[in-house]
Design a protein around this ligand. Structure first.
Ligand code: GAP
Length: 434
């Protein structure tokens, strides 16, 4: 059943323009994905919802957009050059590469062949800046967006006249040369993160950590993920990242099992201290009230855009039987739905209906993402919109020409309202912004 759900989702994503394999015409590139016309809308809506709830709705967070390429010393300071590694072996028979924990009785888990000695493999993607390749101009594509925030801590603190506690939020691409791939977009080599570094006075870090765990759990639930499909999982001491004192993951019950959606870590003063040591710049905070100078502690809620998109799609996928026929619909939260309303003429051969429907769609376009469609029967048009999660369908029929009203159908209840054409914008505004 669960495997079946994953297959259905992957197929729907491709067929309806949400997610395509990258470079598909060349046979694809492993673990990289392209977001199609509906996928990019969903992803943008998700990022907008995250930015709004963190940067606009709170008074203690500033936004940032740092570059992907950073000074190579950054990655020495952060510990990624030495610690961001997997222990791997190669199979001597099938030549595939595996993490040591995935071996079966010390042999290849796929073909049973003998394997090479284990070796450390760094997950960062290397690149060379400038025209000459060499160690001197080696740098990395960032494996996390977080470091762009740490190196800008003083810039944001000073330019925005901030006092502790405050946070810096950023959404952006990150790259990892992942070895364990598969499960669709779950573990990609190029992906997007939504990260906050929340700077606090040492001593108040544990309380802030607890509040952020609750806050982030509530965010997913508030956007419609079923509570029974979400859980918190505290990391055991031996699985903590090299920079963390504590970490709790928010996990989602994916079709392939409970897996991490977001990690909320207590990074202590590890990063700022490291950057202070390697840059020789003073990154301490001066507290004017107590006249103390110290390095802040950091709480880091770090989520993945792509994993969230996958979780929201999985959670929204619904099937039901209506009058003996299967109905598939995405019960996406209205803020996330890629298309907010679709407009159809009931009869595509009747020019006046087509024109009236086009006029309504045109007038609504300024306010919502609208789809006009007249390429199938009404039943089919509804099914198409259900499958991509469009909350409302507006149909113009023959009566509309005389009574100046249209039928609006609700995706989830399939109930229909008759609404005055001149009130349609207000009606949708009201429904979509509740
Ligand atoms: N700055 C902390 C950090 O990067 P992480 O747990 O390695 O922590 C944070 O990553 C989040 O980024 C994860 O919870 C996940 O949502 C997302 N993420 C990490 N690796 C990913 C990958 N290969 N593909 C897709 N998302 C990934």
């Amino acid at each position: 059943m669960q495997k079946d759900l994953m297959d259905k989702l992957v197929s729907l994503c491709k067929r309806r323009g949400f997610i395509f394999q990258s470079s598909e015409i060349y046979g694809g590139l492993a673990s990289t994905w392209d977001y199609g016309p509906l996928g990019v809308e969903l992803k943008n809506n998700l990022k907008k919802a995250w930015w709004k709830s963190n940067v606009y709705m709170r008074d203690d967070i500033e936004g940032l957009d740092a570059s992907i390429l950073m000074h190579p010393t950054t990655w020495h300071a952060s510990g990624h050059v030495t610690s961001f590694e997997d222990t791997l072996v190669d199979c001597k028979e099938c030549k595939k590469r595996f993490k040591t924990e995935h071996l079966r009785e010390g042999r290849c888990p796929e073909c049973g062949g003998a394997v090479t000695e284990a070796r450390q493999f760094n997950l960062m993607l290397k690149t060379h800046l400038g025209s000459v390749e060499g160690e001197g101009n080696l740098t990395y594509l960032r494996p996390e967006t977080a470091q762009g925030i740490f190196v800008n801590f003083q810039n944001v603190l000073n330019s925005m006249r901030r006092k502790l506690p405050f946070g810096i939020a950023q959404i952006g691409k990150a790259f990892r040369n992942e070895i364990t791939t598969g499960n669709f977009t779950f573990r990609s080599r190029e992906f997007e993160q939504m990260e906050i570094e929340y700077f606090v006075k040492p001593g108040s870090d544990e309380e802030a950590h607890g509040s952020w765990i609750d806050e982030r759990f509530g965010w997913y639930a508030g956007l419609g993920i079923k509570k029974e499909n979400l859980r918190k999982r505290e990391h055991a001491r031996d699985e903590l990242a090299h920079y963390a004192k504590a970490c709790t993951d928010i996990e989602y019950n994916f079709p392939f099992g409970w897996s991490e959606l977001e990690g909320i870590a207590n990074r202590t003063d590890f990063d700022l201290k490291q950057h202070m040591n390697l840059s020789s710049k003073d990154l301490q905070y001066f507290d004017d009230e107590t006249k103390e100078r110290f390095i802040p502690y950091v709480i880091e809620p770090s989520g993945g855009v792509d994993r969230s998109v996958l979780a929201f799609l999985t959670d929204a996928y619904s099937e039901e039987e209506v009058k003996g026929e299967k109905r598939v619909y995405l019960a996406l939260h209205k803020d996330l739905a890629p298309v907010k309303a679709a407009v159809f003429p009931l009869l595509k051969k009747k020019g006046e209906l087509v024109q009236a429907a086009k006029n309504i769609a045109g007038a609504l376009r300024e306010y919502f993402k609208i789809k006009y469609d007249d390429t199938a029967s009404i039943g089919r048009l509804y099914r198409r919109q259900d499958e991509i999660g469009t909350p409302y369908c507006v149909t113009v029929d023959v009566d509309s020409l005389s009574d100046k009203k249209v039928t609006v159908r609700d995706r989830d209840t399939m109930k229909q309202d008759r609404v005055e054409i001149e009130n349609i914008r207000a009606y949708l505004n009201d429904k979509l912004n509740t």
